[in-house]
Design a protein around this ligand. Sequence first.
Ligand SMILES: [Zn+2]
Length: 179
Amino acid sequence: MPSPIAHSVSGYVLAKFLPKNLSKNNASHWWNLGNFYPVFVAIFADFDFIPQFITGERFHRGITHTLIFAIGFSLMVGWVMNYFRQSSFKQLFLFTFILYSSHLLLDLFTAGGLGLQLLWPLTDTSFKSTILVFPQVYHSREVFDISNFISIAWELSYSVLIVSILWLWNNFSSSKFYE
Ligand SMILES: [Zn+2]
């Protein structure tokens, strides 16, 4: 998997391109707390290291890296927020689902590991792109191992690239109105 750097920056940038009018009224809501919500959703799947750490069983890249979990997670968030009547269920579901899926997509393009069992429980087949964009992060090696420096440098370059695209997009779309 990429480290949380690539996942969180992708969530941050992606959220800027998604429609913002999620609420039924224009009151400010909890996901408007800065950029916390999109970043949280984009890295959520990797919190599966916690049960793995506690139990020693293999959880990482398991159930949280399946489409069924992505749908369930997004439905639950949509339902909870709709229950409190603060948001449009459909919009929040889609917003969350797209951000959550960005995590799965990045993991598909990462070297190392067996891939993702995206369609579990329908099939146990593991999916992995043949074109790999991100190098493997070796969790078993030391933090300052050279391979981790390469991964981090690569992810930082990727992050700078997509933030630059966002910046250009923002400048382009705001300048259009004043010409
Ligand atoms: Zn992951």
